[in-house]
Design a protein around this ligand. Sequence first.
Ligand code: ZN
Length: 472
Amino acid sequence: MKTNLTNRLSSETATHDKSGRGKTVDIGGLMHDVDEARIGAEMYSLIEELYPICRSITGNGVRKTFAILKKHIPLKVVEVPTGTQVFDWTVPKEWNIRDAYIKNSEGERVVDFNQNNLHVVGYSIPVRKTSTLTELKEHLFSLPEHPDWIPNRTSYYKETWGFCLTHNQLLSLKDETYEICIDSTLGPGSLTYGEYFINAGSQDEILIFTHVCHPSMCNDNLSGIALATYLANYLSNYSLRYSYRFVFAPTTIGSITWLSINKANLSKIKHGLNVALCGDSGKLTYKKTRQGNTEIDRVVLQVLQESMKDYEILEFSPYGYDERQFCSPGINLSVGRLTRSANDGYPEYHTSADNLNIVDSANLGDFFSTCVAIVGTLEGNQRYVNRHPCCEPQLGRRGLYKSAGGRTVVQDRQLALLWVLNLSDGTNTLLDIARRSGLKFSAIKAAAGELLECGLLEIAERSSVIDASDQP
Ligand code: ZN
């Protein structure tokens, strides 16, 4: 049975008191327990399971990944044929790879795809040949500044081949003849994306997007896949005000393809988040939407401020991840981007060192509960109307002066009631009231709940008419 977010306060508080585990975050304006440690550990396990798979912008690696995600959420998998026109782009040929190596004159594999799938330049065309070291070096890529790391390289739109290796491996290659094999296929097929829709009965949707096209690297992009999967699973247990659409697609061509196919329905998307890089030790970083001051921008800012942790807000720029497509001028959706470190913001980014040591279950759990708080604030951010706006209504006879703990708590609660009554004229959202009062969104939401229950407030969306004659 689904749980209504607005009916969980007492039971969740009790659970929290009894178990002593988990962290309390605001959802729907109410205090809600997220077992951050457990969910972070489960996300980490999913990352471990997905880590060995060689993914790319097309091919069986993405399909295998989706088959694993289907154990958690009923993902709908969509195949878009090679050659499909999507805005100014064309869905590319499908790439798959079975094996690849460089063998020395003694027949030893000195570079081996089976040891690490980053060893092959993504989208390498099939190759079988012998080569001198000089010829081979034109197709080798390493990182001299990090001699033990393998770089991640791709060539999606120019047909070529290559190997990536550690700089120490490169330096150890002798001047001899090498046998080169890339056992790949590049031909007509399809681009694969996954979608999971939580239909709350509302036409208004919130979009959560994450990219799925990277081979064995953890923070970018397995952490985003794990986050979106666990958030989708979690939200599916609640009664929600918005419907939620989770999209898992390759970066750039995947979001462009999805936007092109779904162009007629984009007006339903009221808010969105592109999530990625969820598990590193960097502070939470939010990149604003192109419009710069939309509801999602203000909600994320509020949640990050209330977290009392270090965070960073970036202005929009047309460089980065798939928010570029969602925020292109002809699409212009209210989609921001939440990461820990920004893209390219840590040394291990796009290398073999972005491995299971870079992501941490505590950081994953913290990112998860931040997303729950964002969703909860969006869900709870409604407008209300004070039904008794001429002078203060008499709160005492409605039982709204009851003591709820220490003096500060009582004062905040009373203040929240007065602010909500004062600013609920049908124009201010609860977030507007939280900003103006300086009180926490959860306090404002809780006050609105109490006032609604005793009939002093009504939801503005239902009726914005203030009946001034109905006074006590
Ligand atoms: Zn990347």
